[in-house]
Design a protein around this ligand. Structure first.
Ligand code: FES
Length: 85
């Protein structure tokens, strides 16, 4: 199981941060809230209601609509790519 996530900025072509995953405190969070809690800027104009599609990561994942735990179980790679970072 993934123990950490690398945040990769596509605009800057650099790794922004490596975040350790602590399931006891983070697993109930949406991926978007987890990223924000760890200092990563996530674009949004609908406050996480799933309408604006600005919070997309990894080309097609709405970060406000997926739980961190679901994301980790579904992903094979431990990298989150964010286009505008
Ligand atoms: S924050 Fe608007 S769709 Fe995710």
């Amino acid at each position: 199981m993934i123990q950490y996530l690398n945040i990769q900025g596509l605009a800057s072509k650099s790794r922004i941060k490596r975040i350790e995953i602590k399931f006891d405190i983070s697993s109930q969070l949406s991926l978007m809230d987890f990223l924000i809690k760890n200092g990563i800027t996530v674009a949004s104009s609908c406050a996480g209601e799933g309408r604006c599609r600005k919070c997309i990561v990894n080309e097609n994942v709405l970060s406000c609509q997926i739980n961190l735990k679901q994301f980790i179980l579904n992903e094979v790679e431990n990298t989150i790519e964010i286009s505008y970072l």
